[in-house]
Design a protein. Structure first.
Length: 211
């Protein structure tokens, strides 16, 4: 754990600022060793959902991500012991397999009730699990849930520092310019004489007809 002290006008000011930073870092280390609250990530998520103002559809989507990807993986971790490495490891695991298989082979059953794995008569047979990554967009949603709920934990003085501030979510793709989208939809759009050009490409070796 480290922090850089910005340059100051005098040595005295620099030493004073360094002392403040040292005190803060020691406080953070003590918080890690002896968290003020033993609540888990599950407890925090429950409390945050109680007070968060969310649209019904947003809440439903968040709960789906929480139940599928947060509770089974880091839900039992104490909030005071959650760190950036744990969160980075979670994201890496989700990029490898959205089913959290951990590399263990198993059979994916098409239903939870008793059934014949062989299938037949138009019914899909059960088969070996194949890892599929969770999308970057879904990981960004999980990041947003953790960031917002952990910010509340800091505000409620459950923890001193939000560990997710040291974690980078997947980048948001750059938007495709409108002109590029139109070009992809219609390569000839906006090109003078494009209709004649297409005809020429098809029937005259790429030369436009003479007028």
């Amino acid at each position: 754990m480290a922090e850089t002290v910005a340059a100051r006008a005098t040595v005295r000011e620099a030493r004073r600022e360094a002392a403040k930073v040292r005190t803060k870092l020691l406080s953070q280390i003590d918080e890690r060793r002896n968290p003020r609250s033993r609540v888990t990530v599950n407890d925090l998520i429950d409390r945050w959902l109680d007070v968060a103002k969310l649209e019904p559809t947003t809440r439903q989507g968040y709960v789906g991500k929480i139940e599928k990807h947060i509770r089974p993986t880091i839900g039992r971790v104490e909030v005071g012991k959650l760190d950036a490495e744990t969160i980075d490891s979670l994201y890496a695991a989700l990029r490898r397999c959205k089913e959290h298989c951990g590399g263990r082979p198993y059979v994916e059953h098409r239903t939870a009730v008793a059934h014949d794995c062989a299938g037949g008569d138009g019914v899909r047979a059960c088969g070996p699990h194949r890892c599929m990554p969770l999308s970057d967009g879904s990981i960004r949603v999980i990041h947003s849930i953790l960031k917002t709920s952990l910010n509340r934990a800091v505000r409620w003085k459950w923890i001193a520092v939000n560990p997710i501030s040291f974690v980078e979510p997947p980048p948001i793709p750059a938007p495709v310019p409108a002109d590029s989208r139109r070009s992809l939809a219609d390569p000839g759009r906006g090109v003078p004489g494009s209709r004649l050009g297409h005809a020429g490409l098809a029937g005259d070796g790429g030369r436009c007809p003479q007028r």
